[in-house]
Design a protein around this ligand. Structure first.
Ligand SMILES: [Zn+2]
Length: 384
């Protein structure tokens, strides 16, 4: 029970922090779990009173979620600094705040220092084996941080803002289509599965993040202390996390090729629609990459693009994103593998700021197009 309560306290903190946009522009922060624990102890919030107050008393559903109007809940928010929002003057003698809005959206919490850590036995990817010649790879879906790394990472890193959020859900229809789906579990902050193992830049001369990044897309440090990654640390991450994903990808491509002769590899990505450090202005909705035409037969990409052209979404082919390592490495039409990378603006289906909610109302517009593009690509593949 005590453990459950503690978890609720922590979750409440994080939810409040997110709801009140506990972020300074471009510098997201959350309250570290350690800080939450000390506040809890300092205010004696482990008592029955607090537990009762927090969980039940004066807590009632509202349009916004759960409204809690107890002192305990307010005390609990003491470490939050969010002037101008529901919680204000957290250190004042006569704090005027009376309501704490706690959203119960059902969105998975992405807690700093995730409550469940990876171990050596945690699978680093999941693979669904399908029956049609289509493999969807989602290399940046992972949010897991191994504990030895997580301990030294910054609060900014803990938010994992650069994750390709919810693509498993957005492409949820693909398995029903008969596609194979490969999904990473490890965060790209540990190692980027869509970078060459050599660490060579995919876009020489342009700002980009590396194989084992030390900063976010926005240039914020991922580690508490600046540190250079040693060659052996990099080799360790390659062996533990990078290689298993690529081994699975290769063997699934081989299996499908054996069964069907030719395969389509669809590398699925999404990214914030505005990232001044990486590209100018707002990104087109759909960014197709075929390594400047080398990774896929023209007839296949053309049939995909024809669907995009007929939609209301903006698109570009081989623009800022031309396909990363996966597309370039495995997309070899002469080897009977055609690869397309689709980098989508995250504004198409989700909240682009914490807590990064999936927005069904938006997703329903783009999902039919995704499905149609994949169906058309499959048809075109079988006639090449
Ligand atoms: Zn990505």
């Amino acid at each position: 029970m005590a453990r459950t309560f503690e978890r609720q306290v922590v979750e409440l903190h994080i939810r409040v922090a997110l709801l009140n946009r506990f972020t300074q522009l471009g510098r997201p922060q959350t309250v570290p779990v350690a800080a939450v624990a000390s506040v809890r102890l300092g205010l004696g919030l482990g008592s029955c009173r607090a537990k009762f107050d927090l969980c039940n008393k004066d807590a009632k559903p509202s349009k916004m979620g759960l409204v809690i109007s107890t002192n305990s809940a307010i005390d609990l928010a003491c470490t939050l600094q969010s002037p101008g929002h529901a919680i204000s003057d957290p250190t004042g003698q006569n704090a005027a705040y009376s309501q704490l809005y706690c959203r119960l959206s059902g969105t998975p919490l992405h807690l700093p220092q995730a409550r469940h850590h990876m171990t050596d036995h945690t699978p680093t990817y999941s693979l669904h084996k399908g029956a049609v010649p289509l493999l969807i790879s989602i290399p940046h879906l992972g949010t897991e941080l191994p504990p030895d790394l997580a301990d030294g990472m910054s609060d900014t890193a803990a938010i994992k803002q650069d994750t390709d959020w919810h693509l498993d859900r957005l492409y949820g229809f693909a398995a029903d289509m008969g596609a194979s789906v490969l999904q990473a579990k490890v965060s790209r902050y540990v190692i980027d599965l869509n970078r060459p193992p050599s660490g060579e830049s995919l876009y020489p001369g342009q700002t980009t993040t590396g194989l084992c990044p030390t900063e976010t897309f926005r240039g914020e440090p991922l580690y508490r202390q600046a540190q250079a990654l040693s060659a052996s640390q990099q080799a360790d991450r390659l062996a533990r996390y990078w290689q298993p994903y690529h081994d699975a990808l290769c063997s699934e491509l081989d299996r499908l090729k054996e069964q069907h002769g030719t395969v389509l590899l669809w590398d699925a990505h999404s990214i914030a629609s505005v990232l001044p450090r990486l590209f100018d202005g707002e990104l087109p909705n759909l960014n197709f990459g075929t390594a400047d035409g080398r990774s896929c037969a023209p007839s296949i990409i053309e049939t995909v693009v024809a669907e995009a052209r007929a939609s209301r979404f903006s698109y570009v082919v081989n623009g800022r994103f031309k396909g990363g390592y996966i597309t370039r490495q495995y997309g070899v039409p002469a080897n009977r593998v055609h690869a397309i990378q689709l980098e989508m603006g995250q504004d198409l289906y989700m909240l682009e700021e914490p807590p990064f909610n999936y927005l069904e109302s938006k997703a329903t517009s783009i999902k039919p197009l995704l499905r149609k593009m994949l169906m058309k690509a499959l048809t075109s593949l079988t006639s090449t």
